[in-house]
Write a protein that binds this ligand. Structure first.
Ligand SMILES: C[S@@+](CC[C@H](N)C(=O)[O-])C[C@H]1O[C@@H](n2cnc3c(N)ncnc32)[C@H](O)[C@@H]1O
Length: 426
């Protein structure tokens, strides 16, 4: 397929996402099923246009004074693919599968707007109702932070220290432009893709099959490091999901001590068994149901609450979710988080740590949630997060925001948006 056909396909997929309010990955998969002639590189290019269009939805809407699938797909090429209106028309000219070229009136609007300053609301690329939330998180930097959340993400890996060293892995990944992560001590970063490119499929190689790394955003690695877990500790991973954090903690503990992996939804834990085996982790056990947790009350050195949240910190990777997110969903997550904190706190021993993590950038899910918890649970107090950060990541003081907890963001730390707060039990 040439660019014209790919662009037309992306418009079709964007229309499907919009009209049926469905996830981008599902719409792309269905398009692939009904268009078998499209090869792997066509699908990758169409996917890139669709994801870029969703990332830059409001910027494109402003540039075209329209938010049709056509405007969004063309906008992706202008905003992420380094094209100009003229190079786009030249590229599509004579391609019988291409959508109609940019018209005179579209060109006029584009030229006026490309020469003007884009309003912050368009630059930040998020729904109107989220703007006050970004403003309260980031103050004057809110639009810049929103824009960074609309950029293409890198592919981050975490070296599994139970199986080998980062330097060895790096030499094997040389062809992928992999480099050490700037902050996380065991991370490897493969830069964001360009144009119609694809990230290497690292999970098909021997290094992955033998458990020498996991795919994990650098931010997720950093928050795990901040728990300061040590070999021999007793740990409850209360919202373990597929086990990403459990595996990280297991390597930090050098397989010594015990991690109890729990989740309210047993199905979410299902992938963990295979991941544990691959990683060579020997100190993780599943703690299913309330009865499995009973004996752990007041006994844990560390309880990690990697809480269910809106995922607003991961908008670079899942830009479709930001347009589907509603205030009601946020409120439901807030209630979940408060309930989970109250229950999980019971498993922390006196002098132990309750570590609260979200991949959200909204203050209500982060600092405000913690302040409310502390107000109703006086036997916990927050650690000194400035000291915690500078002890662990000296030289990176400006890469995070520190208050009651530590906040990471694409613009500041170059990671997904994360929040971390460590609370010590008296
Ligand atoms: C952010 S995800 C966890 C990700 C995981 N820790 C990782 O690193 O891969 C949040 C998890 O919380 C679980 N969850 C939701 N409500 C819960 C509850 N009331 N108690 C325990 N887990 C809950 C969800 O099923 C989901 O797996």
């Amino acid at each position: 397929m040439r660019m014209g056909g790919r662009l037309a396909a992306a418009m079709e997929v964007l229309a499907d996402i919009e009209t049926r309010q469905r996830p981008a990955a599902e719409a792309l998969r269905d398009w692939g099923r009904t268009h078998r002639f499209a090869g792997g590189s066509d699908r990758a290019a169409i996917g890139n246009i669709v994801y870029d269009a969703l990332r830059h939805k409001r910027s494109s809407g402003w540039l075209f004074a329209s938010d049709t699938p056509r405007a969004l797909a063309f906008g992706a090429l202008l905003l992420e693919w380094g094209k100009t209106p003229e190079t786009i028309n030249a590229l599509l000219d004579g391609d019988k599968f291409a959508p109609p070229l940019l018209s005179e009136s579209e060109l006029q609007t584009l030229h006026e707007r490309l020469a003007a300053n884009m309003p912050n609301e368009a630059r930040a690329n998020c729904p109107d109702w989220c703007i006050p939330l970004l403003q309260s998180s980031y103050g004057k930097d809110w639009a810049e932070e929103g824009a960074a959340l609309a950029s293409r993400p890198p592919l981050d890996l975490r070296t599994n220290l139970l199986k080998g060293k980062r330097d060895t892995l790096l030499t094997e990944l040389l062809a992928t432009q992999a480099a050490k992560t700037e902050i996380a001590p065991h991370g490897i970063r493969i830069p964001p893709i360009e144009g119609s490119g694809r990230h290497p499929n690292v999970q098909t190689g021997k290094a992955f099959a033998t458990g020498r790394f996991e795919v994990q955003d650098e931010g997720s690695q950093i928050v795990a490091e901040l728990t300061v877990v040590r070999p021999g500790m007793q740990v409850l991973d209360y919202c373990a999901g597929a086990g990403g954090k459990s595996l990280t903690l297991s390597a930090m503990m050098d397989n010594q001590g015990q991690i109890f992996a729990h989740d309210a939804l047993p199905a979410r834990l299902a992938p963990i068994a295979e991941r544990i085996k691959r990683a060579g982790s020997r100190n993780i056990q599943i703690a299913a149901g309330a009865s499995g947790l009973g004996p752990l009350e007041n006994r844990m050195d560390l309880v990690l609450v990697d809480a269910p949240c809106t995922g607003s910190g991961t908008w670079r990777r899942r830009p479709d979710t930001k347009w589907r997110l509603t205030r009601q969903q946020l409120d439901a997550r807030l209630a979940d988080q408060a309930g989970i904190l109250d229950i999980a706190a019971n498993y922390v021993k006196s002098g132990g740590l309750l570590a609260y993590v979200t991949c959200s950038i909204f203050p209500d899910e982060n600092e405000n949630q913690i302040k409310a918890f502390l107000a109703r649970t006086p036997d916990f107090h927050p650690e000194d997060h400035a000291a915690l950060w500078s002890q662990h990541f000296p030289g990176h003081e400006n890469r995070v925001r520190i208050g009651t907890g530590i906040s990471l963001s694409p613009a500041r730390s170059g990671t997904d948006g994360f929040y971390f707060c460590a609370l010590r039990r008296n």
